[in-house]
Design a protein. Structure first.
Lengths: 1003, 192
């Protein structure tokens, strides 16, 4: 048998299912039901890692999520994951793990020199040493991080799926030990919707490691019965391998379910992990307690473990981590470990810091033939990579020193217990206030601020009978508060009652030497923080526990100080001669244990990262080779290259075709809002700067919308469809924002107005036909023969049938050309687009995208809100004074024009820019100066908002916002370049570059 | 050319194939008639007028659906409803509502083409949707005959439970519909 520490019988492992695995290249075997930690211990492997700073050899300390030492690099290739806690890794066939933070090997680690130099690298060493010069910190940091690393992240994409899940419940139970199971049973029996989640693969918590009886049954059998009952309840969801990681406002909690982490790889389409977002009416926290190490000299040697963990390995996994055991304790709980180990055949001695402890469990230990050394302390630990023995001495009268002769004892395992810390992390996250319990020498929940109940060990109930009772009462009460009356109060299972003797808090165990000499008293194993470090920080004046944490790094890292925080606080309190509650705790923040980014991202990756909005004609654009541009969530055709055509060439071709013949644009994405009601015109008078009441039915008008501060907010053309009905268009990006804006004003300021607004953006597909032949193309597709300028003048709308579809045709133009915007119900968009394309063939109709649209409108000086405006621009700044009807009465933004700032003479105004070199296209966003200097600072007087090559002008054009811009028309200005090249010389012009009289659109 | 022949109609999901059976089925209910109706729920004349035109009064209880034959009226807000008819029924419904509500301050807008409808059904339909929908869809909270406007996979949807299987009709803006369909099909893979 290779598993030399495996007990011949017992445990919850499946001996019929052996599992082979590799650790640091060596092959081992374990059984199904093992964790990596239990399997390594079964094979007598204690040395599993090197510590963070000093590279000290380290072993497995715990049997749970609090593990600070046994962090491994799990799996290989794309699935490799660093810093995985060995006690939480379920063993599977073919598992491969490696130790971390050692080079070249775990046995021989060069970095261990740091331990020899440790006197030279105290707390804050890096802060103190590498502060100067600051510019070199980046270099120092890289070297330091290499030396003090944890594991490595994968370099390949993650091949696994991750998923999310929303859930609601009446009662969420976090933790399925005795208290949690009782709570779930009590709540479940009432018919309430219950979710019970536990981080382990098997539910039962401490009961899986316990001996004794519940209701006359072995604890594990009682657990099985409880789980069977829960499984039969249709409204109860039982989630093993699920950590309740975060507890937020309003009983919103997050959980990480490890769906397939226990398998070599997830089955196809099964997520590896699932991130739950739970909204619970009531929460029951049953998260147990975490044992504290004792702070004695060299307490970090492999083979020094927590007593409760040793008991778990022995009882749950049938692994005896050592044959000759010293149990070192300040409380009764470790005696159970001693008794169970003795029963399993180990030679056990107990070193108890207390003087003459009394009680049933002490008697039982004596009866089992265990030697008890009371009032003793461990003053030395022998062995480096594995404990080989210890020295003990008597405590002196004060209890703070040792006295008398030294006795050495050979051993291969030290099982220590410094008491228990209730796992108050979730309670604290829920804003609950803690109280220090002197009897437990630990923080326990005090005042709760959420619909929450803590039960069992996490509230400080350390006896099984109390846990069961707590759980039953809280489960029933939680269900009742969620609206479910329990039909019967659940019977509380019978267990043997025991009384516990008092524990003796000893925060630093004396070694007979000055602290820091002869060895190290570790507080935080993961971050290599010792009691001496805390003393140093205190001497250096650190008072606040939050500062202490950041200076010494105690309580940081992947375990967030689960085994160390309270001890560190207690030592700080002793040093400050203050009570522990006065020192306070650091903040408990989510998550309880690390959550993978994969789980947080879920399936929100690749095509699902964000919705892609597609128009009715999208497939046509794809089939015709369009390149797409993201406009908000919309995919809009950007340009349609032919063959190997460059973007520049494609846009030139599209512009010239539209100016000289005819082009077509998919304009479906523009926002459209149907506005109805007798007050519609009055409403528009308030919303827009210009007047609407006298607009005839069938006519269109351009409007500017301002915010209250008078700045341009959106624009578009609105058409009077009927006396009391308008169709407003908005910018593509502003559609939802404008509808919200209209509703806000109607609902909060003018509720008396009879107006209803309905978004119809998606009801219509819009095909804009632009160019001298636009009328010819439209005429080929409709029987309406009144398309001429008299019957269908510029800025009007006609309803007609186009290519067999009912259409609203608007004679409006964003290009300056003769143009018709054909709107048809979306279902016909594709067919009508295709018909326009076909009908336009004889005119060489050219589909164009947003880039050409931008060039065409810029040639005409038409602004784009959000590109040529930035939220600080008034209509007057844009030269659109004509659109502000100051005589019509009030409108949103009007009052702000009386502010001095909006009439400043040096406001930035929209102008055109022509570069001296006609081929130089300015950079959008580039700054504009009056005088150049070799290098900044230079006085900026404006910036470029739009810049293109204009095919019809045969040169570059630009729009810009320039201080006193209109006064500068004809002036020469400069545009410095980011690349440091010669500034570009420009002349200020009117912001219109083509058809200044506007005759083409009216033809 | 095609001046007089009726233009072809396309639905955005015409070529999408989704899971078609247990435990999840996806189908498109294309071109259902849809009228967005605004009016005063406190005005009996309005309720009566709608009832005359649609065969049933608009529901005044939040997030409920009133049905009459093949017509359903989904509550969208205190003064807003979606009247759903079989495909092709929107024109007649718009006319009869306009006639029945003549003279009242209402808004009757044909939005048939703005949204399409995805029917998701099957024993795991609820789990498929719950992955990215923050609503509580448990039968005690949300049952057949209820509707709600919510977010599903970052997409605005109007969800209407139409059966206990369960089956849901998801009304989604056409531009988002392929994204949502593909997301649902991917979401259901786990249960196949």
């Amino acid at each position: 048998m290779t598993q030399k520490n495996r007990l011949a019988e017992g445990g919850r492992i499946d001996r019929a299912k052996p599992v082979s695995f590799r650790f640091d290249g060596a092959s081992y075997s374990g059984f199904e039901g093992d964790t990596l930690a239990s399997a390594l211990l079964a094979n007598n492997v204690h040395l599993v890692s090197r510590s963070f700073k000093y590279h000290r050899p380290r072993g497995i300390l715990t049997a749970g999520a609090e593990e600070p030492n046994a962090l491994v690099q799990l799996r290989q290739g794309a699935r490799t994951e660093p810093n995985m806690r060995a006690p939480q890794i379920e063993l599977f066939g073919g598992l491969v793990a490696e130790s971390q933070n050692r080079w070249p090997s775990l046995e021989f680690d060069i970095g261990a020199i740091n331990n020899r130099l440790s006197r030279l690298i105290p707390s804050g060493f890096y802060y103190k040493t590498f502060m100067w010069p600051a510019s070199l910190w980046m270099t120092y940091e890289r070297v330091i991080r290499n030396a003090a690393g944890l594991g490595r992240g994968p370099t390949e994409p993650d091949p696994d799926r991750y998923d999310h899940r929303n859930a609601w419940c009446d009662v969420l139970v976090a933790g399925a030990g005795p208290a949690g199971l009782m709570a779930a049973l009590a709540a479940g029996r009432s018919g309430a919707r219950v979710i019970v989640a536990d981080e382990q693969s098997e539910m039962g918590g401490s009961l899986l490691s316990d001996t004794g009886e519940i209701d006359g049954k072995p604890p594990a059998e009682w657990v099985a019965d409880a789980l069977a009952e829960l499984a039969a309840m249709p409204e109860v969801t039982v989630l093993p391998r699920t950590t309740v990681a975060g507890y937020y406002d309003h009983n919103f909690l997050t959980m990480l379910e490890r769906v397939a982490d226990h398998l070599p790889q997830p089955p196809q389409n099964t997520p590896r992990e699932r991130f739950w977002q739970v909204r619970a009416k009531q929460v029951v926290l049953a998260t147990g307690a975490i044992e504290r190490p004792l702070t004695f000299i060299d307490n970090d040697r492999p083979g020094v473990m927590l007593a409760g963990a040793v008991r778990s390995y022995a009882n749950r996994y049938a692994v005896l981590p050592g044959r000759k055991v010293v149990v070192f304790t300040n409380n009764d709980s470790a005696y159970h470990t001693a008794i169970d180990l003795a029963g399993a055949g180990a030679h056990v001695a107990i070193v108890d810091l207390r003087k003459a402890p009394r009680g049933a469990v002490i008697d039982a230990a004596r009866a089992a033939g265990i030697e008890i050394l009371d009032n003793h302390a461990i003053t030395a630990v022998h062995g480096a990579k594995r404990v080989t023995g210890i020295s003990v001495r008597n405590l002196d009268e004060s209890g703070r020193g040792v006295t008398g002769p030294t006795r050495s004892m050979a051993c291969d395992l030290v099982a220590m217990s410094g008491g228990w810390n209730p796992t108050v992390h979730l309670f604290s996250q829920s804003r609950g206030k803690l109280r220090f319990d002197d009897a437990l020498a630990a923080f326990v929940p005090d005042k709760s601020f959420a619909a929450e109940r803590s039960v069992g060990a996490c509230k400080g109930s350390m006896q099984l009978a109390e846990c069961l009772k707590d759980g039953a009462l809280a489960g029933a009460a939680a269900a009742r508060d969620a609206g479910f009356e329990a039909k019967k109060v659940p019977a509380i299972p019978k267990v043997a009652s025991g009384t516990e003797g008092a524990m003796l808090p000893v925060w630093v165990v004396p070694s007979g030497q000055k602290l820091g000499r002869g060895g190290k008293h570790f507080i935080d194993f993961q971050n290599d923080v010792t009691a001496a470090d805390l003393h140093l920080a205190h001497r250096e004046g650190y008072v606040s526990v939050e500062h202490l944490k950041r200076y010494t790094t105690t309580g940081m890292g992947t375990d967030q100080g689960k085994t160390s925080n309270v001890t560190a606080l207690a030592i700080l309190a002793e040093l400050q001669q203050a009570p522990i509650p006065a020192v306070g705790t650091t903040t408990f923040r989510p998550p309880y244990t690390p959550v993978t980014f994969g789980a947080i991202a879920g399936r929100n990756i690749g095509p699902f990262m964000d919705p892609a909005r597609l128009t009715a004609m999208h497939d046509w654009h794809v089939a015709h080779g369009a390149k797409f541009e993201d406009v908000g969530q919309w995919k809009r055709p950007w340009y349609y290259p032919k063959g190997n055509e460059s973007m520049h060439d494609a846009v030139n071709r599209e512009v010239l075709a539209t100016r000289s013949s005819v082009g077509m644009l998919d304009a479906s994405t523009l926002g459209k809002i149907d506005i109805q009601g007798p007050d519609s015109a009055r409403f528009l008078d308030m919303i827009y700067t210009n007047a609407w009441s006298k607009l005839p039915v069938g006519a269109c008008r351009y409007g500017l919308m301002l915010r209250e501060d008078g700045m341009v907010f959106d624009d578009g053309v609105t058409t009077r469809i009927a006396e009391n009905r308008f169709l407003m268009t908005t910018t593509t990006g502003g559609a939802a924002r404008v509808l919200g804006w209209l509703e806000e004003w109607l609902q909060t300021e003018w509720p008396e107005m009879k107006v209803y607004c309905t978004s119809v953006t998606e009801q219509w597909a819009t095909i804009a036909i632009n160019g001298p032949y636009a009328r010819h193309v439209l005429g080929a597709l409709t029987d309406d023969d009144k398309l001429g300028p008299k019957d269908f003048p510029f800025m009007t709308m006609r309803e007609m049938t186009v290519a067999g579809a009912p259409a609203r045709v608007y004679r409006i133009s964003f290009t300056g050309e003769l143009a018709f915007e054909v709107n048809v119900p979306r279902r016909h968009g594709h067919a009508v687009w295709e018909a326009v394309w076909q009908a336009g063939q004889k005119f060489g109709i050219t589909p164009y995208g947003t880039e050409t649209m931008h060039v065409l409108r810029a040639e005409k000086g038409f602004i784009i809100v959000g590109q040529d405006t930035d939220g600080t621009v008034t209509p007057m700044d844009l030269g659109l004074d004509w659109i502000v009807a100051r005589k019509k009465g009030d409108f949103i933004g009007r009052r702000s024009f009386a502010r001095p700032d909006t009439s400043r003479e040096d406001r930035k105004q929209l102008v055109g820019l022509l570069t001296e070199d006609p081929h130089a296209v300015l950079t959008e966003g580039a700054q504009i100066v009056q005088e150049t200097r070799p290098r900044p600072p230079m006085k900026m007087i404006g910036y470029v908002t739009s810049a293109y090559h204009s095919p019809v002008a045969g040169r570059s054009i630009a729009l810009a916002l320039v201080a006193r811009g209109r006064d500068r028309i004809g002036d020469t200005l400069w545009v410095p370049r980011l690349d440091g090249g010669q500034p570009i010389k420009v002349t200020v012009t009117e912001p219109v570059f083509y058809d200044k009289e506007g005759v083409r659109a009216r033809g | 050319m095609a001046k007089s022949t009726q233009a072809a109609a396309h639905s955005p999901l015409a070529n999408r194939i989704g899971p078609d059976g247990n435990p999840v089925a996806l189908t498109e209910r294309a071109h259902l008639g849809k009228i967005n109706l605004r009016g005063d729920a406190g005005d009996k004349a309005f309720l009566d007028g709608v009832a005359r035109a649609a065969g049933v009064a608009p529901p005044v209880k939040a997030n409920t659906v009133a049905t009459a034959g093949t017509t359903a009226i989904l509550w969208l807000g205190p003064d807003e409803w979606l009247v759903v008819t079989p495909a092709g029924g929107q024109g007649a419904m718009e006319s009869s509502l306009t006639t029945a509500l003549a003279g009242q301050h209402v808004s009757i807008v044909d939005v048939t083409d703005a949204r399409t409808t995805i029917r998701i059904s099957g024993p795991r339909a609820r789990d498929t949707v719950a992955k990215a929908c923050p609503l509580d869809l448990h039968p005690r909270e949300f049952a057949a005959g209820q509707c709600a406007q919510t977010l599903l996979a970052k997409t605005d949807v109007l969800i209407h439970q139409v059966g206990d299987t369960p089956a849901y009709d998801l009304y989604v803006l056409c531009s988002f519909s392929r994204y949502l369909w593909d997301w649902l099909a991917d979401s259901a893979k786990e249960f196949a």
